[in-house]
Design a protein around this ligand. Structure first.
Ligand code: SAM
Length: 222
């Protein structure tokens, strides 16, 4: 599997990028997180247990998951400590400090034992993962039997997508929308990757107005 599949240049995640993502997440992007959280719950049918948000940035999806499903214990993982600091602040302001934990970690080496996570969500992060196959191998490993993923990018629905793209074009003409449509080459690469990981019978790619999402579902213990 090659590197991140839509990126052509390396993106640096530092304090500036964390601050800028925090600002966007709390303004232009703010309405998308509850919609994405509801989509994740309705597509996977999972609304309780441990929910892990990978590449959580300022924590807005983690917050939306906790708000939408009171049965979740949510963990927000990111490798950028500056993002954690901002996420911790947002989580405290939302009054969810007892339901959401922030942890440092890389998606390629998730700090959990096998089979510990019921739902793994992630938005706008997968496109930057250096080793996509390594990340999905670890995601599959930590997923609990019966667990599922909702990992990808997008804005929740067509109206929000158009609204965000319009507003971002005004704010920042350089802004790139990485939530692109999946082409045949991308689909072939995902199929090959999931075959190598051994979960080729358990994945589905959603590519519609909600965005592009990888849904993996681990079978229940037999
Ligand atoms: N998910 C958040 C959102 O939608 O508001 C943040 C999206 S931001 C564009 C991408 C995030 O992914 C950054 O916070 C970055 O630090 C994180 N990230 C990128 N690669 C990562 C990796 N290999 N492990 C953990 N976090 C990663």
């Amino acid at each position: 599997m090659e590197n991140n599949f839509t990126q052509t240049k390396k993106v640096t995640f530092d304090r500036n990028s964390a601050v800028s993502m925090n600002e966007i997440a709390k303004t232009v992007f703010a309405p998308i997180y509850p919609v994405i959280a509801r989509n994740a719950i309705s597509i996977t049918g999972i609304e309780k247990g441990r929910c892990l948000d990978l590449g959580s940035g300022p924590g807005m999806l983690a917050i939306a998951m906790a708000v939408e499903a009171p049965g979740f214990e949510v963990v927000a993982l990111d490798f950028n400590d500056d993002a954690h600091e901002l996420a911790a602040c947002n989580i405290a302001k939302a009054g969810l400090g007892d339901r959401i934990r922030t942890i440092s970690g890389d998606v390629q080496n998730i700090p959990y034992e096998d089979g510990q996570i019921d739902l793994i969500v992630s938005r706008g992060s997968m496109f930057f993962w250096d080793d996509l196959a390594g990340a999905f191998r670890d995601i599959w490993r930590v997923l609990a039997p019966g667990g599922a993923t909702y990992i990808g990018g997008g804005f929740g629905n067509l109206m929000l997508r158009d609204q965000v793209i319009r507003e971002m074009a005004v704010r920042d003409p350089e802004w790139k929308c990485y939530a692109k449509k999946m082409d045949d080459e991308g689909l072939t690469r995902f199929k090959k990757m999931f075959t190598e990981i051994g979960c080729e019978d358990y994945y589905r790619i959603i590519d519609d107005d909600t965005g592009m999402w990888v849904v993996l579902r681990k079978p229940e213990r037999s």
